[in-house]
Design a protein. Structure first.
Length: 173
């Protein structure tokens, strides 16, 4: 079945997804665009499972039961930042440009808006990742700043953008 015709489903990240999520973030093209180290073990991802932390929502995108994408949305625990969250995501290289990122992001933002009542969702993205930046802009994210020499990638320091989407609550009366 061509990937363009495949049904994409979303689930909350759980133990059954460990192998798939580990493989996803060990894809060289994905490792290159996120802050994960290459060759992560399943145990690293197992430790990230925290079923009692309501402030951290981890979703996986699946096609025919195979993990093809992930998004993690985490509300800040500090009281004065509890109106905000940040997120990170990855989509398998074979599935990029096919709506997986949009589906993951739309679902995470629905949770942020309608279940967590968040007013601010923020992220950082490599400044040269035009596809991701375009996706974030499509969902109302705006660039707030540039972090120069933010992270090491391919043996070189690279810049990232700070982006955020603000949602204003309707006022009573």
């Amino acid at each position: 079945m061509p990937v363009t015709d495949a049904v994409i489903t979303l689930e909350r990240f759980n133990e059954s997804h460990l192998e798939g999520i580990t493989a996803l973030y060990n894809e060289p093209a994905i490792t290159r665009q996120v802050l994960q180290m290459p060759f992560q073990s399943i145990e690293v991802w197992r430790k990230r499972l925290d079923p009692v932390n309501e402030r951290h929502v981890q979703l996986v995108a699946l096609s025919q039961g195979r993990v093809i994408g992930n998004i993690g949305l985490e509300q800040f625990s500090r009281i004065r930042r509890s109106h905000a969250a940040n997120f990170g995501m990855g989509v398998s290289e074979a599935w990029q440009g096919k709506g997986v990122g949009s589906k993951l992001l739309a679902t995470a933002l629905d949770i942020a808006d309608n279940w967590m009542n968040l007013q601010r969702v923020e992220l950082s993205v490599y400044a040269d990742n035009e596809a991701a930046i375009g996706l974030y802009r499509k969902f109302g994210f705006e660039t707030e700043g540039l972090f120069r020499d933010y992270a090491v990638r391919d043996g070189m320091l690279v810049d990232t953008l700070s982006m955020a989407r603000l949602r204003r609550m309707p006022k009573a009366g």
